[in-house]
Design a protein around this ligand. Structure first.
Ligand code: MLT
Length: 265
């Protein structure tokens, strides 16, 4: 069931599943998605863990009035949810932009996390070239290009192989992106463009870390995950075959089993 929490940045929509006395996993979705992307993981994992999912500020059902979103404001929201639910220390998983937020959260508030999964993500900040692409996306979104943005993004996030047999997923994602506010989309694009490079932090991570990559991920290729794994002292890596950028959707069972195994170990 959806619940709401007013923070400094947003009226945040979140859900909690499973028994409250179980170990908690907090899930952070990617861009431009919502907590619904964790549907298969919630089904698979909620008999074993308490699961908390939420919509990032400006996406899904979490509002953003100002258009000002940063990775740090996302971290402040996440901590507000933990405080509201009286969760002192949790396991964390972030996919893609959710991984950027997870890395920053464990940097700023290491005492609030037991272990972390960084899925289909990277530690590098945007290059100047990527920043320019993001600014062009914002310009297009604010001048009538919402449909093209939804079309392009919904195709790019899924691998070609997956799209061949799952026509409905990009279509549904396109509809969903079209239903999202342009302010929220643009705010989150700026948040990604302005994020810090996290590479120098990786060697200081003092938590068990699992890095997940997808062999068919064309948005954040395997090599980014491998690079993080070599720089983080306690890191393991799991490369999922036949999975694109949204590896939790393209390979839900393989993904969820690995999450269970890692957080139980
Ligand atoms: C995401 O999936 O969260 C985004 O594609 C990541 C990015 O654009 O850097």
């Amino acid at each position: 069931m959806d619940q709401y929490l007013q923070t400094d940045n947003s009226r945040l929509c979140f859900s909690s599943f499973g028994e409250t006395n179980q170990e908690t996993i907090l899930f952070i979705h990617g861009f431009p998605l919502s907590k619904e992307t964790w549907e298969e993981q919630v089904k698979f994992l909620s008999p074993y863990f308490r699961i908390v999912t939420y919509d990032l500020c400006g996406l899904g059902n979490s509002s953003n009035e100002t258009g000002f979103v940063t990775i740090d404001s996302h971290v402040a929201d996440l901590i507000a949810i933990l405080d509201f639910l009286k969760l002192k220390k949790v396991n964390l998983i972030g996919l893609s932009m959710g991984g950027y937020i997870a890395l920053r959260a464990i940097n700023l508030f290491p005492e609030r996390f037991k272990s972390v999964i960084l899925s289909n993500t990277r530690a590098d900040a945007d290059s100047n070239e990527v920043k320019e692409k993001r600014f062009a996306q914002i310009a297009a979104l604010t001048s009538g290009g919402h449909a093209d943005f939804a079309q392009g993004t919904s195709m790019a996030l899924f691998s070609e192989d997956f799209r061949k047999t799952n026509f409905d997923k990009p279509l549904n994602l396109k509809k969903y992106i079209l239903s999202q506010s342009k302010i929220g989309l643009c705010g989150n694009i700026m948040a990604m463009a302005s994020r810090q490079d996290a590479n120098s932090f990786l060697a200081k991570i003092n938590l068990p870390v699992l890095v997940i990559t997808g062999d068919n991920d064309n948005v954040i290729p395997n090599k980014e995950g491998l690079k993080m794994k070599t720089l983080i002292p306690e890191a393991q890596i799991y490369q999922i075959k036949e999975a694109g950028h949204l590896s939790n959707i393209e390979q839900p069972v393989v993904f969820s089993k690995k999450v269970k195994e890692f957080f139980e170990s």
